[in-house]
Each structure stands twice: as C-alpha cells, then as structure tokens.
Write a protein that binds this ligand. Structure first.
Ligand SMILES: Cc1cc2nc3c(=O)[nH]c(=O)nc-3n(C[C@H](O)[C@H](O)[C@H](O)COP(=O)(O)OP(=O)(O)OC[C@H]3O[C@@H](n4cnc5c(N)ncnc54)[C@H](O)[C@@H]3O)c2cc1C
Length: 273
C-alpha cells in the first residue's frame, strides 16, 4: 500500500519544526529516520496532512555531554548509529553501548534516531527500556514552552506517550555512569535483529539492583530491589514476572514470557554483578 496524500516540509531549524507542529497540531507528524513512520503511513494506520522532516535539521543533530547535570544529551535528529559509534560511549553510558547491537541491523540504526524510537514508544523497543532503566528523561518543546518528563511519566502505553501533538521530542537525556554502577543487557528474539519477545536491562551497585523489562507489559517496567542473591533474588524475580501482566499472543504464551523474565532477569543481574 502507499500512504495517503500529505504535504512535505523539511524543517530548516528547530523553530521551523515547532512552527509547523503549532499550526498543524494533530494533522502534523514529525519524520526523523522514517524507519517506523513509513511503515505506519504505508499501512494507513495514520494519515497526517503534514510531514515535518527533521532528519537534516543541523541544530537537532547533536550528541553532547552535560557535565553540570551529568547526562548524555541526544537531540532529535541524532541517529542511533551516531551515538553507538561514539568513542567515549563505554565510559559515558555503558548500558547503551551494550544495547545497540541488539537493535535491528546497522542499516536501520544508521537512519533511525534515538528520539524517534523513544517517541514511537514500541513496548518491545530497546532504547525506551534503557532510558527507563537508567532513570533518564525526555525534553519536550513546543512553540510556547519547554518541559522535562522522567521516562516513567513519558511512556503511557503501547505506542502512547505524554507528548502533546504540538510538541517535539527535542532531546532525551541518559544519566552518565556513576562510580560503582555495573550494567548488562540481554534479550530473546526469534532471530537476531528482530524485535525482542522479552528484553532485560540491569544496573547493579553494592547495595541495589535496578531491573527493567521490555516486551511484556505495554511499556518498559522497572523494579528497584535491594542487593539480593540466591533464592531471595529468584523469588523477587518471580514476583516481578507475575506483576508484569504477561498476555498470550501469536509468538509466545504468557507463561513462556514469565519464564523468560525470570531467566533473562537472573542472567543480566549475574552479568552486571
Ligand atoms: C526492519 C526494521 C527492524 C527494526 N527493528 C527494531 C528493533 O529490533 N528494535 C527497535 O527498537 N526498533 C526497531 N526498528 C525501529 C527503528 O529503531 C526505528 O528507527 C525507530 O523506532 C524510530 O526511529 P526513527 O528515527 O526512524 O523515527 P520515525 O520512523 O521517523 O518516527 C517514528 C514515530 O515517532 C515520531 N517522532 C519521531 N521523532 C520525533 C520527535 N523528535 N518528536 C516527536 N515525534 C517524533 C514520528 O512522528 C513517528 O510517529 C526497526 C525498524 C525496521 C524498519
């Protein structure tokens, strides 16, 4: 199928994009890498009148460290590849470094943006899971105001976020690694590069465990635990697996998903430890 007719606007600046969103409202859609949007348009799941292309908006093609607040700031036109291939990423946000190879294939990461994945909010997508597990946040900007939302307030359900139609996801911010933190990521998918059936990320310190799970609930879910080990940790992972409300679907049953949460959860925590 082909998309329904739309007008195309290439945003020359952030202000240009914000003006277009202001005037277009719910009839306007941002196009970043187009890797998810084009499929949605081709299937006519969405029929916007305006497409606002930000992929060549230079002032949004920025990845920088905010040393004052302690974040890696990724702006809206920065591709996943441009973050992945940053030489300092392992020191800055190691969990992102471990995660990128799981996201589809490098051709997709070469076009797809980090902010686009977060704005799209697929519950199986890896980047929203990493953002939520690290306790990062999302900078939303409209013509009239700018606001910052923690990831857990931004993600509201399957492909649903707190973004208003006239707002741009201007940037996402990943907390920089703190001393003593250790990280791991893993997932189970039908083939390498496919969306995860279940994905797990962990951040471990000397006295805490933070585990995030994607692909089970309608959004990434994060659980904070004390530094448990052995049977206590297995019991906590079992409780967490049940709490996620897994459903049967065409790919796997709810009980297989719970099994994967227990198994992958254990694995990432051991790896991080
Ligand atoms: C074959 C294939 C396999 C894939 N496999 C995976 C995978 O395994 N894991 C995974 O996580 N992803 C996967 N993806 C999706 C890929 O990572 C996308 O690039 C990403 O989800 C969306 O990024 P984008 O920049 O292409 O956004 P687009 O497709 O341009 O936009 C996606 C949506 O977000 C909105 N949007 C984008 N940017 C903004 C913004 N700054 N402000 C407001 N709204 C915005 C758009 O309007 C649209 O609704 C796959 C894609 C393909 C084609």
């Amino acid at each position: 199928m082909k998309p329904s007719q739309f007008s195309y606007l290439r945003a020359e600046s952030t202000q240009h994009a914000l003006d277009a969103l202001h005037h277009g409202g719910a009839d306007a859609r941002i196009m970043a890498g187009g890797q998810s949007l084009m499929a949605v348009l081709n299937m006519r799941l969405s029929q916007p009148r305006w497409i606002v292309d930000i992929s060549r908006t230079d002032e949004l093609n920025v990845v920088e460290v905010d040393t004052n607040d302690g974040y890696l700031v990724v702006k809206a036109a920065a591709t996943q590849g441009s973050v992945e291939w940053r030489k300092t990423l392992e020191q800055e946000v190691p969990l992102l470094r471990h995660t990128f190879p799981y996201i589809s294939h490098f051709q997709i990461r070469n076009r797809g943006t980090v902010c686009g994945s977060v704005a799209h909010a697929d519950p199986s997508a890896e980047l929203p899971l990493v953002l939520a597990t690290l306790g990062g946040d999302v900078i939303l900007r409209s013509k009239k105001k700018k606001r910052r939302l923690p990831a857990d307030a931004f993600f509201q359900g399957m492909l649903m976020t707190a973004r208003e139609p006239h707002e741009l996801v201007e940037a996402v911010r990943f907390p920089l690694r703190k001393p003593g933190e250790r990280f791991a990521f893993t997932e189970f998918s039908a083939r390498h590069g496919d969306f995860a059936l279940v994905a797990c990320a962990a951040v471990v310190t000397d006295d805490s465990i933070r585990i995030g799970v994607g692909g089970v609930a309608d959004r990434p879910v994060v659980e904070q635990l004390p530094r448990l080990t052995g049977d206590d940790l297995r019991a906590a992972l079992n409780d967490f697996a049940w709490k996620l409300g897994a459903q049967d679907d065409a790919h796997v049953s709810a009980s297989q998903r719970r099994h994967l949460v227990r198994h992958l959860g254990w694995k990432v925590i051991q790896e991080a430890m």
